[in-house]
Design a protein around this ligand. Structure first.
Ligand SMILES: [Zn+2]
Length: 177
């Protein structure tokens, strides 16, 4: 590895890539994301899905929808995060919340194997587990993404805000657009 051609191994796909393949990050020692751009984008997309899933778990548990995609006779499964049975009150690490939500969703399915929203709850379990299993660095970039108010806007709304700006400035300000 020479000074001119620095590389870094992506934490997710474990491929060695040039530093230009990693977005900037103010929190890591080398000021680069631990994951390459494609992997980082995939992780962020998964994080966005998880945010919606969190709300969905709680909503769907009380849903009155008729039994459509029920899979009756599923065996009860052990909760994925023993010791995190209660949904914590007040401020806590989002990973603790994700563990409790994953447990809660598993308990919901165990209690009602024919739950009308079984597929959606199962998805939510997967999404919450993904957050629960993040290491510090992964969780930090996940949190940074969630904290950025720009990400609350739809693609169209983002474009409305930035239409008057020159494209190169827009790319610098909003690398995710
Ligand atoms: Zn990668």
């Amino acid at each position: 590895m020479t000074e001119e051609l620095k590389t870094k191994v992506c934490k997710t796909c474990e491929t060695e890539k040039p530093l230009s393949e990693f977005s900037g990050c103010g929190f890591t020692r080398d000021r680069r994301q631990p994951n390459c751009k494609p992997c980082h984008e995939r992780r962020m997309r998964a994080g966005r899905v998880a945010g919606a899933a969190k709300r969905e778990i709680l909503a769907s548990a009380h849903s009155e929808t008729s039994v459509t995609d029920a899979r009756v006779g599923c065996e009860p499964v052990p909760i994925p995060y023993p010791g995190f049975e209660e949904i914590p009150k007040g401020m806590c690490d989002g990973r603790v919340m994700a563990k409790a939500l994953a447990n809660h969703a598993v308990m919901t399915l165990n209690a009602r194997p024919d739950h009308p929203n079984r597929a959606r709850i199962a998805d939510a379990i997967q999404n919450q587990s993904q957050i629960a299993d993040m290491d510090d660095e992964q969780y930090l970039s996940h949190q940074l993404y969630e904290a950025n108010p720009v990400h609350k806007l739809t693609q169209d709304e983002k474009l409305q805000c930035i239409r008057a700006l020159p494209l190169d400035i827009v790319r610098k300000l909003f690398p995710h657009v």
